[in-house]
Design a protein around this ligand. Sequence first.
Ligand code: NAD
Length: 360
Amino acid sequence: MNTHTMTMEDFRQDFLSDHPAFDDHEQVVFRRLPEFGVDVIIAIHSTVLGPALGGARLWKYPTKAAALTDVLRLSSGMTYKNALAGLEFGGGKAVIIADPQSEKSSGLLQAFAGAVNDLEGRYISGEDVGLSPSDMDILAEFTPHVRGGTKGPAGNPSPYTALGVFEGMKEARRFKFGDDRIAGLTVSIQGLGGVGWLLAEMLHEAGAQLIVSDIRSDRVRNAVTSFAATAVDTEESHRVEADIFAPCALGAVIDDETVDDIAAPIVAGSANNQLAGRHHGQLLAERDILFAPDYVINAGGVICLACPEQPRIEIENRVRSITLTLRQIFETAAGESLPTNVVADMMARRRLDAHAERNP
Ligand code: NAD
């Protein structure tokens, strides 16, 4: 009888290939940090364009299976995001399965840095939900494979992400209604964290009325006070009458349950993986709702992380150019009767294929 002994890594990779969110990922690393009782998963989706750049998310997932699905989806999204933003980076992502309120510590971040170091630069980490620029400062003490932090013009990516979303909203308005004025619009923002709060500030200054929700009541209260915003329950934010719905919390907010209830004619926000499945983009298109593909409109942060040496003004100009890509996507989608998310995927794959052909 022939037997073949697989390494644990081959075994995992083989089993992973059946996972619904598996997208030919190059490598998925599982690491247990027993001293913290915490599991880490790092997914490298593609290094075709360069080292896999993508944030680490520290979140208390309900199950490890949910964390695996998230990291697989987020990491392939990073490949497409970096490709469409014209960056020489591939796509990867990490999840640290822990409670950001009670389990985050510098020891945990140091242990995570060890897992990043083991990948010898194939994965470069940044911040994501549950981690802050000052957490990146701690990580940088233990690994060189990190971007962001509190120092330098390109330290904190959130302002650039918020800028890209703000400009992207205007582009969506211009395309759909021929008018990019923000003053007088109503925008429903779901999630008032690093990006959502800054976006709220920009929209408020531009004269928009805000409807806000967050699971953190302190943030909601602050927004009500600071921006004269109207607070709604988190489950209501997509249902309320608004000109734009801006998901800025976690992913998969547009699913079988919510898609028919979205009241706004435009969906444009920072959250990664807003669509629970690709077909939800089609359902939005059928309802004549213009969806700004998340990994295109939210690329401001990674643009800033990819160009840390550039002056702020140059990074901002590059972030503003997201609107050109969005416009191309909107026009192609309208011309070919395709959902915008499908067009974005096609454009990103074309860039990856062209690069692979030039560099066999
Ligand atoms: P954050 O952790 O600072 O903020 C997330 C906010 O969402 C928190 O206030 C949290 O309480 C809230 N929240 C969580 N679940 C919620 C729910 N069900 N309803 C309403 N609010 C909820 O994260 P962030 O950096 O602001 O990122 C927000 C989203 O944008 C994430 O999906 C992230 O992946 C994406 N994103 C962020 C950046 C960046 O530069 N920070 C870049 C690209 C994409």
